[in-house]
Design a protein around this ligand. Structure first.
Ligand code: ADP
Length: 404
């Protein structure tokens, strides 16, 4: 049997000392190579600083800057090389006992002349090369100048090179694609919004003109006009409020909190039981946890229930159910209302879309409710869809990822 040896503190101390010494030696070695590397890099760091400084100070085009900087560096290198050659030749002559000052002077002058000539040649060639290489930049600047907010359709020609300039033009073009798309969307939004606001304004104008002419004496005209003006003002208020919500949605950062969807459905049913006396709102929900924005989801479901009530007759029932399926919580809002035709169904989530039947049946509404509901659900990584049958009813289904 193995007998355990008693621990000797001196031996342990000695081993620890050895380990520490080994580590120190390794660290010292690393530190030494770091210092050597830093000394080797020092001149390059200085050159980099110098180039940066010169480039930031000279107010000339980039082609001239690159030419000047490279010519300067080349000149410095040549002067150092020349000084080395002249001094070693003069040392060599001195060692041989030859004192030929004239030869050294002529060698110095000839090499100086050669330096000047080669600097001029290098500067000329450098200028040509950098002009050729950077010519696409001029072209890009010209093409960018021709692009304005009024016409974002122009694009920059792709640079015929496999370098950063090609990447730059591709990125600028991609950015222009996004900008154009968003400008077009914005324009359409403004034109749709003004179109929608035109109708209530025209109605209000018509009734107020009528009031001005005959209304004050005729009680029937007076009542009808005031009622219509109030209704249209209400409509405008809804449209403006929903437009603002939609505009804010773009920047809205959805909150992510863990909650049970069935709980907000119960709260929703309680609140409808209090305020809605014309319809019955029934909830059948199982516990389903999600990570989402509670207020936003409630807002979205409220829109669906409001629509279900708005587009079905008094006494009908609106059913809300909630269960989980394939990692998602499925919330369904079903009604026994007028339904949506096959042609209208794919468009009900479009901005300002209202089915003709809806317009006739219920004057109130902006055609923005479902657009807002859809953008809320999408912000929470969910989906919304509708199935419907005219005269039977509609079911709107919201799917949200279940919390893990
Ligand atoms: P609105 O303010 O007109 O209700 P929405 O964006 O909420 O705007 O709805 C767009 C259109 O979709 C409505 O005008 C209506 O024609 C139709 N719609 C929405 N929900 C229902 C529903 N539950 N039953 C029948 N039609 C509906």
């Amino acid at each position: 049997m193995d007998e355990k040896k008693p621990v000797n503190p001196e031996e342990v101390e000695y081993t620890l000392k050895e380990i520490r010494a080994e580590q120190d030696a390794k660290n010292n070695q690393k530190g030494f190579w770091k210092k050597v590397w830093s000394v080797i890099c020092w001149p390059f760091r200085q050159i980099k600083r110098f180039v940066k400084f010169v480039a930031s100070k000279i107010p000339v085009p980039i082609t001239a800057k690159t030419t000047i900087i490279f010519t300067l560096l080349f000149t410095v290198a040549l002067i150092i090389l020349d000084a080395f050659i002249v001094s070693s030749v003069s040392n060599h002559l001195q060692m041989l006992g030859v004192d030929d000052e004239g030869y050294i002077i002529s060698l110095t002058l000839t090499s100086a002349l050669l330096i000047i000539i080669s600097v001029i040649v290098v500067a000329a060639l450098g200028a040509l090369a950098s002009t050729a290489m950077l010519s696409p930049v001029r072209k890009i600047i010209k093409q960018i100048d021709s692009i304005s907010a009024d016409d974002l359709s122009a694009r920059i020609d792709n640079v015929d090179a496999q370098d950063e300039l090609r990447e730059l033009t591709e990125r600028i073009n991609a950015m222009l694609d996004n900008l154009e798309e968003s400008f077009d969307r914005q324009k359409k939004f403004v034109s749709d919004a003004s179109h929608e606001l035109k109708t209530p304004i025209a109605v209000i104008q018509g009734y107020s003109n009528m009031l001005l002419r005959w209304g004050k004496e005729d009680k029937e005209v007076l009542d009808e006009s005031v009622e219509s003006i109030a209704r249209e003002a209400d409509n405008m208020k809804i449209i403006v409020e929903q437009l603002l919500t939609l505009a804010r949605m773009g920047q809205y950062m959805v909150k992510s909190e863990r909650f049970d969807v069935s709980q907000i459905l119960d709260e929703l049913s309680d609140s409808y039981a209090l305020v809605c006396k014309t319809h019955t709102v029934k909830v059948s929900a199982k516990k389903a946890l999600v990570n989402a924005d509670k207020n936003m989801l409630t807002e979205c479901l409220r829109t669906l229930v409001d629509n279900a009530i708005k587009y079905s007759d008094e006494g009908k029932t609106v059913k809300i159910s909630c269960y989980d399926e394939d990692g998602y919580v499925k919330i369904e809002v079903s009604d026994e209302g007028c339904g949506i035709s096959e042609d209208d169904l794919p468009r009900v989530f479009d901005r300002f879309y209202r089915c003709d039947k809806a317009r006739k049946r219920n004057g109130k509404g902006s055609g923005l409710g479902l657009t807002i509901a859809k953008s809320i659900v999408e912000k929470m990584n969910g989906t919304i869809e509708a199935v419907s049958e005219v005269g039977v009813g509609s079911t709107f289904t919201v799917r949200l990822p279940l919390a893990e």
